[in-house]
Design a protein around this ligand. Structure first.
Ligand code: TXE
Length: 491
C-alpha cells in the first residue's frame, strides 16, 4: 500500500505531512495510513501536469503512441488483478467476485480508449462543407489541457479509469483526486503508470479530503477541465468553482432510478433484476434502480418473492466465499442509510424486509437488504438517493401512471422497464427521462456505450466515444482560397 503522493512521476510526501486513516468496513480496523494531500500538493501536481501539457511530449504524440502506454496500463492491471481486487475489497467492502469484475472492467476501459486514441490518428481532420466556395474549412480535435478529475468510493479503481483512460487517450494531462474513503487502488495506478514509463507529470495522484484537496483542484486557475463523479451537493460546488475561470465541467451525479415491471413479466426474472438493480455493490451505485413500480395484478406476487429472496442474501465480509452483500463503505454512509430508512418509516413507509443493521455482526457496517412499501411519492425514501441496499416499491394501474410516477424526480440517470411486449418497452423507454435505459434488465454497463444523466443527475456523458469527447476541444481551421481581394475596406 502506497504512503506517498504521485507527483511528476515520483513519490512525494504531502507537504503538510498529513495522513488519512483507511478503514476496512467489514472489520472497522484501520488498515493503512494514506497520504493526505492539501492545497500545496495540488499546486505541485497541477504545475507538473501543466508543464507536461505545455512543453512535454504527451499531447503532441500520435494517438497510436499514447495507445501503447494505455495498453501497457491495461496489461499491468490485468497482471495484478487478484492483488488489486483484494485491496478493493478491504478498502470498499464489496464482495470479491464484484471487485474482480471491476478490475477487469478497469483494464478493459484502458484497452478500449487505447483503440479510440488510435482512431484519432485515422481521422485527424474533418472537412466541413461550406456554402461559400471561396473558403475551405476543416475541423480538428485537440486535447483540452490539464484535467482535474475527482472520483468517488463506490467503484474506486473503475471510476478512476472512466476518467483517466479517456483523458490520457485524448492527450490531456491529469491530476486525480480519488475519494478519501478509498484511496488505495488509485495510488496503485500511480505505481502502474510509473512501471509503464508514462512521461512525468502526465498523471498525478493526490489523495486527500474533499475540502483540503478536492476543492483547491476545482479552483486552480491552471486546470482547464473538471470531471467529477459524486453527490449532487458536491457536484454543484464543483460547477460553481469551475465557473470562476469558465472551466469545461462534466458531472456524473446521483440518481433515484425507476424500474417499471409490467404484469406480463416473468416473476422470477423480475425479482432477479430488481435485486441486481439494488443489492449489487450494497446499493452504492449511482444508477441503482431504487424505485420499483409494479403493475397491480402482479404486485403481491412480486413483492412476496422479493421479500423472500432478499432475506436469503448471504451477507458477510467481501473476502468470504459466497458473500453476496458486503458492508457499507464507511461509518458515515452506514449512519446515513439507516437514518434514511428511519425517516422513510416515520413518513409512512412499511418495512417489508430488513430495515436496519444485519443480524449476527458485532462489527462492520452491515445493513440488511431492505424493502420499503406503502409510501407516497412525497416520502423521503422514495424521493432521495439513499445509496444503500434499500429498495422502495409501489404499484401502478396504467402505463401512463407508471411513466408519470417514474419521471416525477429531480434525477434522471437511469431507468429500467420489464415486459414481454417489446413495443411497450420501447415506448416506455422513449418516454422516460433518463440517460440510460434498460429493457428487461437493470445495471449491465458497457464501456462502449454512453453513460450520464438527465436533470440533476449530471452534465455530459462518460464512456464510449462520448467519454473521449469530454477531454477534447474542437478547432475549426478556415482558409480563404480565392485570388480575388476581399475588398471590404480596401477597394
Ligand atoms: O460524496 P461526495 P460522499 C452520493 C451518495 C452518497 C453521497 C455522499 O448519495 O450517499 O453522495 O457521498 C470529493 N470540492 N454519491 O460524501 O462529497 C470527495 O473527496 C471538490 C453518488 O462520498 O460527492 C470525493 O472524492 N471535491 C456517487 C468526491 O468528491 C470534493 C458516488 C465525492 O464525494 C468536495 C458517491 C469539494 N468541495 C456518492 N467535497 C455517484 N454518482 O456514483 C468532496 N469532494
Amino acid at each position: 500500500m502506497q504512503t506517498h503522493l504521485f507527483i511528476n512521476g515520483a513519490w512525494e510526501s504531502p507537504l503538510r505531512g498529513g495522513t488519512l486513516e483507511v478503514i476496512d468496513p467489514a472489520t472497522e480496523a484501520v488498515i493503512h495510513q494514506a497520504p493526505a494531500g492539501t492545497a500545496e500538493d495540488i499546486d505541485r501536481a497541477v504545475s507538473a501536469a501543466r508543464t507536461a501539457f505545455d512543453t512535454g511530449p504527451w499531447p503532441k504524440m500520435s494517438g497510436a503512441d499514447r495507445a501503447v502506454y494505455l495498453r501497457k496500463i491495461a496489461r499491468k492491471i490485468t497482471e495484478k488483478r487478484e492483488a488489486l481486487a483484494l485491496l478493493e475489497v478491504r478498502d470498499n467492502g464489496k464482495p470479491l467476485p464484484e471487485a474482480l469484475w471491476d478490475i477487469d472492467d478497469a483494464a478493459g476501459c484502458f484497452e478500449f480508449y487505447a483503440g479510440l486514441a488510435e482512431e484519432l490518428d485515422a481521422n485527424p481532420e474533418e472537412i466541413v462543407p461550406l456554402g461559400d466556395a471561396r473558403f475551405a474549412s476543416k475541423v480538428v480535435q485537440e486535447p483540452i489541457g490539464v484535467a482535474g478529475t475527482i472520483t468517488p468510493w463506490n467503484y474506486p479503481l473503475l471510476m478512476v479509469s472512466w476518467k483517466v483512460a479517456p483523458a490520457l487517450a485524448a492527450g490531456c494531462t491529469v491530476v486525480l483526486k480519488p475519494s478519501e474513503l478509498t484511496p488505495l487502488n488509485a495510488l496503485e495506478l500511480g505505481l502502474i503508470a510509473q512501471e509503464t514509463g508514462l512521461p512525468p507529470g502526465v498523471l498525478n495522484i493526490v489523495t486527500g479530503t474533499g475540502p483540503d484537496a478536492g476543492e483547491p483542484l476545482t479552483r486552480h486557475p491552471d486546470v482547464d477541465k473538471l470531471a467529477f463523479t459524486g453527490s449532487v451537493a458536491t457536484g454543484r460546488k464543483v460547477m460553481i468553482a469551475g465557473a470562476q475561470d469558465i472551466k469545461n465541467v462534466s458531472l456524473e451525479l446521483g440518481g433515484k432510478s425507476p424500474f417499471i415491471v409490467f404484469a406480463d413479466s416473468d416473476i422470477e426474472q423480475a425479482v432477479e433484476w430488481i435485486m441486481f438493480g439494488i443489492f449489487w455493490n450494497q446499493g452504492q451505485v449511482c444508477s441503482a434502480t431504487s424505485r420499483v413500480l409494479i403493475e397491480a395484478p402482479v404486485y403481491d406476487a412480486v413483492l412476496a418473492r422479493l421479500v423472500e429472496a432478499a432475506g436469503k442474501i448471504r451477507i458477510g465480509n467481501g473476502l468470504d466465499d459466497g458473500t453476496l452483500l458486503g458492508p457499507i463503505v464507511s461509518r458515515g454512509q452506514y449512519d446515513k442509510v439507516l437514518a434514511a430508512i428511519e425517516r422513510g418509516r416515520t413518513e409512512g413507509a412499511t418495512i417489508a424486509a430488513g430495515g436496519g443493521r444485519a443480524e449476527g455482526f458485532d462489527r462492520g457496517y452491515f445493513i440488511a437488504p431492505t424493502v420499503l412499501t406503502g409510501m407516497s411519492e412525497d416520502n423521503y425514501a422514495w424521493r432521495e438517493e439513499i445509496f444503500g441496499p434499500v429498495v422502495c416499491v409501489r404499484s401502478f394501474e396504467t402505463e401512463d401512471e407508471a411513466v408519470r410516477s417514474a419521471n416525477n424526480s429531480r434525477f434522471g440517470l437511469a431507468a429500467a422497464v420489464m415486459s414481454k411486449d417489446l413495443a411497450r418497452c420501447e415506448r416506455v423507454a422513449r418516454a422516460l427521462q433518463a440517460g440510460i435505459l434498460w429493457i428487461n434488465c437493470s445495471q449491465p454497463t458497457f464501456t462502449e456505450a454512453p453513460w450520464g444523466g438527465y436533470k440533476q443527475s449530471g452534465i455530459g456523458r462518460e464512456l464510449g466515444r462520448w467519454g473521449l469527447s469530454n477531454y477534447l476541444q474542437t478547432k475549426q481551421i478556415t482558409s480563404y482560397l480565392s485570388d480575388e481581394p476581399w475588398g471590404w475596406y480596401i477597394k
